[in-house]
Design a binder for this molecule. Structure first.
Ligand code: GLC
Length: 597
């Protein structure tokens, strides 16, 4: 926490800088540009205050060392300006430093919600912060404070839960992990990272079909309309922000969504009157990706409206010259006051000073061994074990008996990309060996905890497995791994959450070849599994575990107990969506369900 003397010193330094800054230097501070859109020369020429890597915005080669070099190079040019104000570099490290090959990838928030373990979440954020600091990145666009109410939303997995209280507890723990290296708020600490509670406010409450965004596909819920009254907005969606501010949030990201008949980015009531005045938020508000453009087709008017509504830094992320030109014109024409500009710039500078960015603007190569370290991977493995939820366990099949002789393993048990989900190396994630880590197949084969023979075939074809009489060999146990293909944001909005025909056929094929069947589902949300549940003796909801699927092997083999509890209601059918099964009837599994072993 800042001492009074530090606060005074920062206020004086901000005032001194403001007195010296030209309008161009001030507007430069309010400009956040994607690193592929700008030259090093223009970082200097336009006094750019912030840079980011959008999802997957990595250097080539994509190595931790190269990330640090890239960010330092931008910083060097930002500091090569008249007043040498450091830029702040941000990424979406939403489940580890997930754009970086070799970094530890943790379970997504939907899985961390199932752990009910704030201390674990704090440790994960702390490990993520150290890996970020190694690469010179001190700003993380996380945690999401979303409270998803409709699991057809493509960002359900970024939310800890459908319940506000659980979102509040775990998102605050995550923020503390980023900003409190020694357990107390200390943004000035060398490995402290600025968190960004997002997306303010009501992003998880949009109605199905209310989105007007089309980015390669028609979004259905993402960036749509949060059609609730103010009391509900405050109770369900605003509540986590109150605790995040108390915990020391110094940056908040505005939501693409709309409320009260307008885009959040134009909503002066919520951005300024509620967040800044009523709740006393003295940090800075950053836009989402080009979100200002959605306010109105007239870009000049959109810029004026958003800045006057309370936006302080604009994630522009491409045409920064156009933004700078418009805002400069707006000030010169009196459409945006210099007082508003000075307020925005003061907020930004104050946070940069609190972060010690003026004194320590560069990467910390000595921390590079921490990126993807054994200790961080062990933490991720533990998180995987605590985040999986055991939904069915007929005859206590799990953990598997030590004398299980033959295991047939089928499905997506050998794909790091699929087990990691969205926001992994690429914005949308992708299948294949995208990074370092351990698949379930590798973990089972390498495990010291079992002498079972593991035979893997991704397509569940075990025709080559025959017994001494040349008849099809029956496995003692078969494990089928299903994986929802990765996505991010509105590209993950779905009308239907049924399993595919191929997945149902795979289950039937493997069912016929084993005495017992375990199904493991890796997904960004609950899917409709009602029709296949009866074929499984045991069913595990693993969500998207990340790079360390050995945590799942620990559960199957009994090295760790199942403890996870659902942080979302699991619907029986699509008719029970959106949440609360507004068509009545019991869900397949209620919030909080989870068998133990
Ligand atoms: C994206 C997301 C936001 C992310 C930002 C930068 O569109 O909405 O969560 O932080 O852009 O990648």
């Amino acid at each position: 926490m800042q001492s009074v003397n530090q606060q005074t010193a920062h206020a004086e330094r901000v005032a001194a800088l403001l007195r010296e800054m030209t309008l161009a230097e001030k507007i430069g501070q309010m400009t956040l540009v994607e690193k592929n859109s700008i030259t090093l020369h223009d970082v200097e020429r336009y006094f750019i205050g912030g840079l980011l890597s959008g999802g997957g915005g990595y250097p080539s080669p994509n190595t931790p060392e190269n990330w640090g070099k890239m960010v330092d190079e931008f910083q060097k040019h930002a500091l090569n300006t008249r007043l040498a104000i450091p830029m702040i570099y941000g990424v979406d490290a939403v489940h580890g430093h997930n754009n970086v090959v070799g970094a530890t990838i943790f379970p997504h928030n939907i899985g961390l919600g199932a752990t009910r373990n704030p201390q674990l979440v704090r440790q994960i954020a702390r490990a993520t912060a150290v890996e970020l600091a190694a690469t010179g990145i001190y700003w993380n666009y996380a945690p999401a404070l979303s409270v998803p109410q409709d699991i057809r939303w493509g960002r359900t997995f970024e939310g800890f839960s459908e319940r506000t209280e659980l979102v509040t507890e775990l998102s605050v723990a995550y923020l503390e992990g980023l900003q409190n290296p020694q357990g107390v708020l200390d943004l000035d600490a060398p490995t402290a990272v600025l968190g960004t509670p997002k997306h303010f406010v009501g992003d998880g409450g949009t109605s199905f079909g209310s989105s007007t965004t089309f980015i390669a596909v028609q979004y259905l819920l993402d960036q749509g309309v949060t059609d609730v009254d103010e009391a509900t907005l405050r109770e369900l969606h605003l509540a986590p922000y109150l605790r995040a501010l108390e915990a020391g949030a110094r940056c908040v990201m505005a939501s693409f969504s709309s409320w009260g008949g307008m885009k959040m980015h134009a909503n002066r009531y919520l951005l300024t009157e509620v967040l800044k005045n009523e709740l006393g938020f003295s940090g800075f508000i950053v836009t989402d990706w080009e979100a200002v453009n959605q306010i109105t087709p007239d870009y000049y008017e959109a810029v004026v409206t958003s800045i006057n509504a309370g936006i302080d830094m604009n994630m522009v992320p491409f045409d920064y010259k156009k933004f700078i030109h418009c805002l400069t014109k707006a000030v010169n024409d009196g459409d945006v006051s210099m007082q508003r500009i000075d307020d925005a710039v003061s907020r930004i500078l104050r946070v940069k000073l609190e972060m010690g960015l003026f004194e320590r603007p560069y990467s910390q190569p000595k921390l590079l061994p921490e990126v993807g370290s054994a200790a961080h991977r062990q933490l991720a493995r533990e998180a995987v074990a605590q985040s999986a939820v055991l939904l069915k366990n007929e005859g206590n099949l799990l953990p598997l008996a030590k004398d299980t002789r033959l295991i047939f393993l089928a499905g997506e048990a050998n794909d790091l990309g699929l087990q990691s989900g969205g926001w992994s190396i690429e914005w949308q994630g992708k299948s294949g060996p995208i990074t370092d880590g351990t698949t379930l197949l590798a973990a089972l084969v390498d495990s010291e905890s079992t002498d079972s023979q593991v035979v893997f075939d991704r397509f569940g074809n075990f025709d080559d497995q025959v017994n001494a009489n040349g008849e099809p060999q029956q496995a003692d146990v078969a494990v089928v791994v299903l994986a929802e293909h990765p996505y991010a944001e509105g590209k993950g909005d779905r009308i239907d959450l049924a399993l595919s025909k191929e997945e149902q056929e795979l289950i039937a094929r493997v069912r016929a070849r084993a005495g017992k069947l375990v199904i493991i589902l890796m997904s960004g949300r609950p899917l409709i599994i009602t029709d296949v549940l009866g074929q499984a003796d045991a069913f595990v909801a693993a969500f998207w575990p990340g790079s360390e699927a050995a945590g799942l092997a620990d559960l199957l083999l009994g090295d760790k107990p199942f403890t996870g509890k659902l942080s979302y209601t699991w619907p029986r059918s699509m008719e029970q969506i959106p949440l609360n099964g507004n068509t009545g009837g019991e869900p397949l599994f209620p919030f909080g369900f989870g068998l133990s072993t």
